[in-house]
Design a protein around this ligand. Sequence first.
Ligand SMILES: COc1cc(/C=C/C(=O)SCCNC(=O)CCNC(=O)[C@H](O)C(C)(C)COP(=O)(O)OP(=O)(O)OC[C@H]2O[C@@H](n3cnc4c(N)ncnc43)[C@H](O)[C@@H]2OP(=O)(O)O)ccc1O
Ligand SMILES: O=C(O)CCC(=O)C(=O)O
Ligand SMILES: [Fe+2]
Length: 359
Amino acid sequence: MASTMTSPSSIIDFVINKGNGVKGLSDLGLKSLPKQYIQPLEERISTASFGIKNSEESVPIIDMSNWDDPKVAEAICSAAEKWGFFQLVNHGVPIEVLENVEEATHRFFELPAEEKSKNSKEHSCSNNVRFGTSFSPQAEKALEWKDYLSLFYVSEDEASALWPPACKDEVLEYMKNSEILIKRLLDMLMKRLNVKEIDQEKEGLLMGSRRINLNYYPICPNPELTVGVGRHSDVSTLTVLLQDQIGGLYVRGGTDKKSWIHVPPVKGSLVINIGDALQIMSNGRYKSIEHRVAANGSKNRISVPIFVNPRPSDLISPLPEVLASGEKAVYKQVLYSDYVKHFFRKAHDGKSTIEFAKI
Ligand SMILES: COc1cc(/C=C/C(=O)SCCNC(=O)CCNC(=O)[C@H](O)C(C)(C)COP(=O)(O)OP(=O)(O)OC[C@H]2O[C@@H](n3cnc4c(N)ncnc43)[C@H](O)[C@@H]2OP(=O)(O)O)ccc1O
Ligand SMILES: O=C(O)CCC(=O)C(=O)O
Ligand SMILES: [Fe+2]
């Protein structure tokens, strides 16, 4: 089979149309990367500095055991301002729940292509369930080495009826168990912005919709020539990310704000990052930071982000509490679903999505 896949159209047909994904290519044991996946030099990721630790230049690791201690809130808000990324330990989501969702992710991607494809854009019985590959294949000059299952949460009943049986129970448990953590984080972040209380209206604006993605990055023949995920910032309010022990996530940071800093896997931890919606609502105080993922030549990697979002019908803009002191708004009001559509209709391109909302 590998030898018959030489033409560009047969690769696209096999990966995208037939639903084999890049996992299908990886399973064939290809010796070299198909040319559609070769990224321009400036987008490739050097993993040479992978194991080097420099505490001044690493994403903060915050212990949430005493979550109501003001020092914890201070550490979280400072990390959201400076780094836009932090790791949490003792966050309250049980380790078994995290292990179960990791196992369920592997189970889903191990299914035959015909089974996974029932969830593709073309075959899925709902827009809220989508199996796909790369990010936006129609818009991309070079494809990304990643398959994904994206699940938009509407209700437990809908999830039970429509989400794939191979993973739905474990994914729902992870979503349920992370809710308290999400509320605690938003509460701390809002207090620093002078929002005294998160009432129902604010709660809807901050976390009225959630999407969970199961990301699968299979072993890649030439990882140095491609990427798992290209440079982007999330369009969420905040993202709660579970990564396995393989590594490969890099965030923009360091003193020069131009370096790429590796986020080393910490067993049992969750990575939190600020998304564009919160950068906009905080008028730029909290930073939605560019990040990307390297492909791996020897191990299959998974990650499971929960994107905590406004509702699609929400108008987002800098919060009145932030502007109360006379601060000038740097973002205009945008309809959140327009913002997300703008993000999905182009290839990953760093921090450029937020230009859509700049005054
Ligand atoms: C996949 O790799 C990724 C993903 C990410 C994601 C980062 C995030 O921050 S996700 C958080 C997204 N926010 C929400 O989901 C908020 C609520 N949802 C909405 O507002 C809507 O559901 C919608 C996403 C705007 C879709 O609205 P709808 O009216 O149904 O519009 P469509 O025409 O179906 O879609 C528009 C356009 O987007 C593409 N698309 C839709 N959903 C997804 C998805 N889950 N994954 C990928 N692409 C999606 C869809 O194909 C349409 O494009 P066309 O070209 O087909 O017109 C970060 C990094 C990654 O690598
Ligand atoms: O796989 C990862 O570590 C991060 C993935 C990511 O950035 C995303 O899905 O938005
Ligand atoms: Fe991301």
